[in-house]
Design a protein around this ligand. Sequence first.
Ligand SMILES: [Zn+2]
Length: 478
Amino acid sequence: MRKLLPYILAFISFSVHAQSIDRYFERIRNNDAELVAFLSQMPKGGDLHNHYSGSVYAETYISYVVAQDYFINKNTLEVVKAPPKTGYEDWARFSDLAKIKKLDTYKQLLMQKWSVKDYNGVSYPSDKQFFETFAAFGIANETQGRLDTGILELKNRAKAEHISYIETMFIGIRSKIPDLNDHIILNQLEHDQSIHDEANTTVLLNELYKYFIDNKASAYAAEHNEQIAQMHSRLHIDDESFTMRYMNYVSRAGDPVTIFKNMVLSFESADKSSLVVGVNIVAPEDGEVSMRDYWLHMQMFRYLHSKYPDVKYSMHAGELTLGLVKPEELTWHINEAVRVAGASRIGHGVDMAYERKPYELLQYMADNKVAIEINLYSNEFILKVKGDDHPFKLYKDFKVPIVISSDDAGILRSNMIHQFELLARRYKYVSYQDIKHYVYNSIDYSFIKEDAVKKKLKAQLDTDFRKFEKEVEVVYGE
Ligand SMILES: [Zn+2]
């Protein structure tokens, strides 16, 4: 008994402690300011659904193009290094705008174009407003120097928000693999897709795979990994309280051969680096090509899984809702991503309630520990899905592992505190202990490859939560 006493006392003290913070959380959850003050200090673990370029704030991009004194089109707000030969009168250098005291006006206009700032919800489709920003600010993201600044911005903001880990979808892989220009293969792929012929598709993917590997896909992937490794160490990204890892991503808009080439490069890279921990597929899921080729993209993941069984991938799937696409298209994307493509995590999963046999699918995800990345504000802004329209409760009831993430905090002018605030405010059945559980999930379901790093991050969460809960108790203890 004497031996057990310290444990019993520790348990009692823990229980009292836990109850007190649980009660406090319930007391403040309906007051936004009190809730934000609480959540801003709470340890948040990792952000597993984070797009690098969409997470940098527009102010950063704008100050860069202004400092470079690029040209802006006064009508379309397009920014370029050098204007076209014709229509020169539409363009102005930022320095010329400053001389006539118009620079601030154009900076504000750019903010509205490169993010959702001041968006009124009706003058333009919200999904277009969101997705079109990427191409618009692309000019501000072109050099390694820019990537350095952006990555440091993400890290510093994360640390300020008590986020200890980010798994960011970083940059695409460049290669000089010659275009195949093989219309026969393209036509065959499209034909096999139209009749869902798995066997023939596999034969074609095999041929393509061989072509890309023969044309130095591994060398291009190695170059990419080297670039990331150099940046990661040059900027001292990992430190005692923060860790970052990178995901390759492939755009789902494009011809299938190019998409498959980018997938092969991405898998090659993620297979060979401890810093590049996975692969994702991005771009609007409701786009014409994304919808038409969705089945084929899932076959590509299935195929590459057989080549690279250790490479993890998460997939934007079910970022759809009624009205956005035909109803029958809402029934199969998550199903396919989970059961055919073998995704380890699903991003968004908003159409879950409409999926074919949703209970079986949810049970499958729970049984196979396929985590769901919940992006509440992104779903509200882009899809107009919030509150009980969101399938959050289905995921929770079926015990699908949940992680809370930000998606594109820069464009959405949001942050991780905001995601947790929406969670706590909208879903009153989510307790403080649930939230804490989701925070731990964000490390457990991360794709970090090194066990020691995962262990360190979890130990850090233990320490940080103890400190946080003590602080709350000191201020508001009962
Ligand atoms: Zn996303």
